[in-house]
Design a protein around this ligand. Structure first.
Ligand code: S3P
Length: 166
């Protein structure tokens, strides 16, 4: 049976959640966010999980979520945490779409949001901008390798992004 899922990957703050919500409005699909899923699995925030248990523990939860998504989820737009693209089975979950933007474009998007401070605070890997840029440079190539479809989202209207993906 065809799974019919779309998986959105990309760097922190690029707008995976926003695009997922807009896609759901224009389709008959459902929506799941892997960070939300993990927070409900654990009944605590990502920030807390990183603080108390450390990153490897969090990555293991992502793996658990990935196995469940592959087995049990259909007709769904899946937005993911910025590191979820590393899951070995990601291409078995659905069609992987990379939302691409420059690092500066992502920072501008975050800084222009009404809740910019919270967007930064809740992301443990976005505390030190030098480190975040290093991570961006490392991952930018990897996202492209994993994705089946690449969508440039920088300075684009959400309506056009949705049209392009659908
Ligand atoms: C992470 C991105 C976060 C979250 C966690 C780790 C990453 O999700 O999964 O803080 O490794 O890039 P967003 O991409 O939604 O910020």
């Amino acid at each position: 049976m065809k799974k019919n899922n779309i998986i959105l990957i990309g760097f922190m703050g690029v707008g995976k959640g926003t695009v997922a919500r807009a896609l759901v409005k224009k389709s008959n699909m459902f929506a799941i966010d892997t960070d939300d899923l993990i927070e409900s699995m654990e009944n605590r925030r990502i920030k807390k999980i990183f603080e108390v248990e450390g990153e490897p523990y969090f990555r293991n939860l992502e793996k658990k979520a990935a196995l469940w998504l592959e087995k049990s989820v259909f007709d769904t737009i899946i937005s993911t945490g910025g590191g979820f693209y590393k899951q070995e089975n990601i291409n078995k979950i659905g069609k992987v779409v990379y939302l691409k933007s420059s690092f500066q474009g992502i920072l501008d998007r975050i800084n222009n949001a009404p809740n910019a401070e919270n967007k930064l605070k809740k992301r443990p890997l976005l505390q030190n901008m030098e480190e975040a840029l290093k991570l961006y440079n490392l991952r930018a190539k990897e996202y492209e390798k994993v994705a089946k479809i690449i969508v440039d989202v920088e300075n684009k209207d959400i309506k056009d992004i949705v049209k392009e993906i659908l």
